[in-house]
Design a protein around this ligand. Structure first.
Ligand code: NOJ
Ligand code: MG
Length: 546
């Protein structure tokens, strides 16, 4: 994969490659039940290879009552029949590996389903040996919850179990009780589940809400958030001082890293990707830099800054600069534009800016993660109230917090149900599926898909893009500009965020430059040597060696 290294180093796939997130319910259904599945993913591996990605991350497919669509797991070492069998998965992994694709599973250690046998035992009696696998507390003196902690999905984070007279903690739904990570038996059991999958050949894990794993030993109240705007996400009314990013989480991160490292070999390292919504300085702590300069944390702490950023040149320039500056020595950067929890990029910034965003994502230094469907410019789909599926929307209706809009079925073709399923999809398709789909875009050189393929091919072909250095370039207001270089090769990326053309001083690229890519299909080259960017145009230029 990396032409500069022969044979490739074991870490090159996750450092230099591209990760593609599949939301399995919505990617491809193979059996007509309207729910995407493992065989469906297998049918689409060729598409992923043609797109040019290196690894797929599959959102949870374990047995689950689906209160939170798989993020409520009732068995860590099996699959939900709706998605397929272990044999289907083994075949998927074999097929993916044969095509050079890595497979990353989603893993949810903070909580299980309330239907997990561990929790059913735990709640069965105060004396049960698994009682202390979860977080149980006596009621407050007034009979209410033990402290003020709030669920991320609305309401208190505590639910009373009437039969045993205690409350249990759930950072998300009441159907998702939190495990007690202070208990060594819990750690051992969950690490054993990780090993189960590592033995089956998975190449890594995306770890759900990694920063939430440990809670305050004294169960103190979280303080009020002075910046909270009433009407917003109610869980943000408190600062998560005693419920997130506690120092003890770092011990667990190191332990998990040791578990996966034990399975790394010459063919490849196993990777840990951490889901972390944290301020920059705290995010960096999850690389786990120790006093010997060794990185012992997760290899890729997810960098979500582009997901929440205001889409303005100065804002984007500053956040890239600050992120690069904050990285510990040797740490591998990464970038994310969208996921199953956040509005889609094409809806956040509009279709033309989404093309600029694609170029940004695929030319920055660091592993890009693509969210399925963004490569064809899929947009958020408004879901009528009687079709809502997401529990977050059901708990907090009408606040724009629901996540169904970004989880609609992949638009493959003009065939029945967009080629997603033979049956009625579990969630409605976007209205535009007959005109916006993979088949049509494949045949259209001006399409979003064609742009993604060109940019991914360029990133793969150019060591400067997948493995090179990054350095900011000053190209004037409204233009985000940087250079990527490797050995003697220097590329300059110019992204015009303005809705009008912008002239860029030719000195940023030197005497002569070739256009390797543009977000606007109509550019032929550099007219007359002048660097005039069209409105909302991004270009990748190769500087001639002087
Ligand atoms: C983060 C996941 O990305 C989200 O989809 C899920 O609902 C919560 N964690 C709870 O597991
Ligand atoms: Mg199915």
């Amino acid at each position: 994969m990396d032409p500069t290294q022969n044979p490739p180093s074991p870490d090159s796939w996750w450092k230099n490659g591209i990760v593609y997130q599949i939301y399995p319910r919505s990617f491809q259904d193979s059996d007509g039940d309207g729910i995407g599945d493992l065989r469906g993913i297998r049918q689409r591996l060729d598409y992923l290879v043609a797109l040019g990605v290196d690894a797929v991350w599959i959102s949870p497919i374990y047995p689950s009552p689906m209160a939170d669509f798989g993020y409520d797991i009732s068995d860590y070492c099996a699959f939900d029949a709706r998605f397929g069998t272990l044999a289907d998965f083994d075949e998927l992994v074999r097929g993916a590996h044969a095509l050079g694709l890595k497979v990353i599973l989603d893993f949810v250690p903070n909580h299980t389903s309330d239907q997990h046998p561990w929790f059913m035992q735990s709640r069965s009696s105060r004396q049960d040996p698994k009682r202390d696998w979860y977080i149980w507390r006596d009621p407050a003196p007034d009979g209410g919850p033990p402290n003020n902690c709030l669920s991320n999905f609305g309401g208190p984070a505590w639910t009373l179990d009437a039969a045993t007279g205690q409350y249990y903690l759930h950072s998300f739904l009441r159907e998702q009780p939190d495990l007690d990570w202070r208990n060594p038996d819990v750690r051992a059991a969950v690490y054993e589940a990780l090993r189960f999958w590592l033995r089956r050949g998975v190449d890594g894990f995306r770890i759900d809400v990694l920063y939430h794993l440990v809670k305050d030993a004294l169960f103190r109240d979280n303080p009020a958030n002075p910046a909270f705007v009433p009407g917003g996400d109610p869980s943000h009314s408190l600062l998560p001082l005693y419920t997130a990013d506690l120092p003890e989480v770092q011990d667990i991160v190191r332990e998990m890293r040791a578990v996966v490292d034990a399975f790394s070999n010459a063919q490849g390292e196993r990777v840990l990707i951490g889901e972390l919504y944290l301020p920059l300085a705290r995010l960096m702590a999850y690389y786990g830099l120790d006093s010997n300069g060794v990185l012992q944390g997760v290899q890729l702490p997810f960098n979500f800054q582009l997901i929440g950023a205001q889409w303005q040149a100065d804002v984007i320039h500053r956040l890239v600069h600050d992120y690069e500056a904050a990285l510990p020595p040797g740490a591998a950067p990464n970038w994310v534009l969208g996921n199953h929890d956040k509005p889609r990029i094409a809806s956040r910034v509009g279709p033309l800016r989404a093309r600029l965003a694609a170029m940004l994502l695929l030319t920055l230094r660091g592993t890009p993660t693509l969210y399925y469907g963004d490569e064809i410019g899929m947009t958020d789909v408004s879901i009528p109230p009687d079709e809502v599926q997401d529990p977050f929307e059901k708990n907090e209706p009408g606040k724009g917090l629901g996540r169904d809009p970004q989880r609609t079925p992949m638009q493959w073709s003009t065939g029945a149900h967009a080629g997603f399923s033979q049956g009625k999809p579990w969630l409605r398709l976007a209205d535009d599926w007959a005109t916006h789909n993979v088949d049509l875009q494949q045949a259209d050189a001006a399409s979003m898909l064609a742009l993604y393929r060109r940019l991914i091919a360029l990133r793969r072909a150019e060591p400067a893009l997948h493995a090179g250095a990054w350095e900011p370039v000053d190209a004037g207001a409204d233009v985000v500009a940087y250079a990527r270089s490797f050995a003697q090769r220097r590329l300059v990326v110019l992204l015009n965020f303005a809705e009008a053309p912008r002239d860029v001083d030719g000195s940023v690229v030197g005497a002569k430059a070739d256009v390797l890519a543009s977000t606007r299909p109509e550019r032929a080259g550099l007219q007359g040597g002048l660097l005039t960017l069209q409105a909302l145009e991004g270009v990748v230029l190769a500087c001639a060696n002087e």
